[in-house]
Ligand binder design. Structure first.
Ligand SMILES: [Zn+2]
Ligand SMILES: [Zn+2]
Length: 260
């Protein structure tokens, strides 16, 4: 087989690029992209790429509280105390380095999570993970993680849902940040009631003995991925086990909810 000459090669490359642009243009006309949360049309950016969410939905999913505990991400009312840890973290230092979330749990985020977790819309993993990356990508990279582990689902819940939403988020983060994901790094050894139905003290008891570590790795710098953090019970339960094995744990989630 004869290789094309350099000039011919340039021509082929140019034609392929043009065909790609024309195909993209055609696909926009035939199937105009829409925001997967509100259905609003998405306009292509000047470079031809398409945002994963419309501006309104993205802002709703990336609205971090200005003032929050730097350790557990607990939102504060006032905006002048950003460098102070909350009373709970000062009283009982948590088993993780920090928790960081893309934003507070807004109505749009609640609807997105409802679709993502309970209505089979696994494709929301990409736009929701993008919200995490937009907000926290640099901070996660600065932490220099070795491995990403998702908060596990019990196998019965996994059978009902068909996927672990935290694993889907973890995979998207791992792909972009180039960090390996250990899908079964932890397991949920017994079924638990949904945390959202319980108050703070019951949430803690609900998770007692619920998780197990499913690997025997030497100490690593881990990112634990959850969907929504509320009381930090899940993050604490998983991080306690991981830190007992010598791992350093930081927790990343899409949203920060509050029981108040
Ligand atoms: Zn939207
Ligand atoms: Zn705190």
């Amino acid at each position: 087989m004869r290789w094309p000459s350099p000039l011919r090669h340039q021509q082929i490359k140019y034609l392929l690029q043009r065909s790609r642009q024309e195909l993209l243009w055609l696909s926009y006309q035939l199937l105009p992209p829409h925001c997967p949360l509100c259905g609003k049309p998405l306009q292509p950016k000047p470079d031809g790429s398409i945002a994963t969410l419309c501006d309104l939905c993205r802002n709703q999913c990336q609205s971090r509280a200005q003032a929050h505990c730097p350790r557990c991400d607990e939102p504060y009312q006032a905006s002048t105390i950003t460098s102070h840890q909350c009373s709970q973290c000062l009283k009982t230092p948590p088993p993780f380095e920090w928790i960081k979330t893309a934003g507070i749990y807004t109505e749009v985020m609640a609807q997105a999570m409802n679709q993502f977790k309970y209505h089979g819309r696994a494709t929301l993993a990409k736009p929701l993970a993008q919200c995490i990356l937009d907000q926290l990508g640099d901070e996660i990279s600065a932490y220099r993680p070795d491995l990403i582990i998702p908060v596990p689902l019990h196998r019965e819940r996994l059978r009902e849902r068909g996927y672990n939403q935290s694993l889907l988020l973890a995979r998207q983060l791992g792909k972009v940040l180039n960090v390996e994901v250990l899908a079964q790094g932890m397991v949920r050894s017994r079924p638990t009631s949904p945390q959202s139905l319980l108050n703070a003290s019951k949430r803690h008891k609900n998770l007692h003995g619920a998780f197990k570590i499913n690997h025997n790795l030497a100490p690593q710098r881990l990112i634990l991925v959850d969907d929504i953090v509320t009381t930090t019970s899940t993050a604490r339960a998983c991080s306690t086990l991981l830190s007992q094995q010598g791992h350093t744990v930081a927790v990343v989630a899409l949203g920060r909810a509050s029981l108040k």
